[in-house]
Design a protein around this ligand. Structure first.
Ligand SMILES: [Mg+2]
Length: 346
């Protein structure tokens, strides 16, 4: 098997770029020229503006090779960037994908990574139009830049939440964090006993949420269909508590969040039990759910009240009230980015 793998050195950087570009076509009508020239050329629809966002992912910091299949990693690197574009209520159109790799990675490994990136592009109608490859002394670095477009008046910022607005979140929370706990547990077991088989049965949902998150294109489309424009919005990369505080700070308001309204599925409740965790900790502080957290005017409540894609989890109050987490017994706890710790110490 070893003999079938090729070092990147053996084909060189140009060889690698050529190899990777071969499988990539363009599908987005706004892409005029993708890979192959000094720069990509893309059209912006008349009357729209450009929305762009970049992430850097570092091996050992943002991902661990012992449990990140390369195809999933490529998919996730793209998905999390698209999530930022959707969080602006914009439509992603193109990405650039850049990597730096140590010599432990083979041509075949890089192909897997790109196959994942390309699958995410295909899923969301986006073109991979450029990027760079470099060598690195240690490990892998990935940088993705997403380019999106929107009408300027459609863009939703973090700073638009108003007093009395309702606070909503899409999907369910905590699963990605729980998935990570399971992968981490299996990694440690494997380290001590390399013959051990991973025990991942029953955890499909939370593992998928950790390894292959999907940005909420459907939520953006649904809001448009319902003719609801959020007053503020952010995607959940660092955990519900932290993102609530970002919205509150940027909008100069406070968030009143109901613990019992946080959407948590059965798989997370049961999985959390195995780790002696409160499922709320996974949702509040876990992160990587890539759901959308947003506020809407109360007047729009009628339009969204029957929607299953998102839930009302709180409301916006005056800044002087301070952001709070309200528990099942109606006790009020100051919301912090480490919400659970604060919850416990009170
Ligand atoms: Mg974001």
């Amino acid at each position: 098997m070893e003999n079938d793998l090729h070092s990147i050195e053996s084909i060189g950087e140009f060889g690698l770029i050529k190899d990777l570009a071969e499988g990539l076509g363009t599908r987005n009508p706004l892409t005029i020229r993708g890979i192959g020239d000094d720069a990509a050329v893309c059209r912006i629809p008349k009357g729209e503006v450009l929305v762009t966002s970049t992430d850097v992912l570092v091996e050992g910091i943002h991902f661990d090779m012992s449990y990140s299949p390369l195809k999933h990693l490529g998919y996730k690197a793209v998905a999390v960037n698209l999530s930022d574009i959707y969080a602006m209520n914009a439509k992603p159109q193109q990405i650039t994908f850049s990597i730096a790799l140590s010599s432990k990675y083979t041509v075949e490994a890089v192909r897997e990574l790109y196959a994942g990136a390309e699958l995410a592009c295909e899923t969301y109608g986006v073109d991979l139009v450029g990027g760079d490859t470099s060598s690195s002394k240690y490990g892998m670095f990935i940088s993705v830049t997403a380019l999106g477009t929107a009408k300027e008046e459609d863009i939703v910022y973090r700073d638009g939440a108003k007093e009395k607005d309702l606070l909503l979140v899409s999907g369910d929370l905590g699963a990605a964090y729980l998935g990570l706990q399971i992968l981490e547990r299996e990694r440690l077991i494997y380290k001590e006993n390399p013959g051990a088989q991973p025990d991942l049965a029953g955890f499909d949902y939370v593992l998928e949420r950790q390894l292959k998150p999907e940005p909420r294109q459907d939520v953006i489309a649904k809001l448009k269909e319902l003719d609801v424009k959020p007053t503020s919005m952010i995607d959940i990369s660092d955990g519900l508590a932290s993102e609530c505080l970002h919205l509150a700070e940027e909008s100069e308001v406070s968030v009143q969040l109901y613990d019992t309204k946080i959407p948590i599925v059965k798989e997370v409740r049961e999985g959390a039990k195995e780790f002696n965790m409160d499922p709320s900790i996974c949702a509040l502080n876990g992160g990587e759910d890539y759901e959308l957290l947003f506020t809407i005017a109360q007047a729009d409540f009628e339009k969204i009240k029957d929607e299953k894609l998102f839930s009302v989890i709180g409301y916006i109050d005056h800044a002087s009230v301070g952001s709070n987490l309200i528990d099942a017994s109606n006790n009020v706890h100051t919301l912090t980015a480490q919400g659970w710790n604060a919850f416990k110490s009170e």
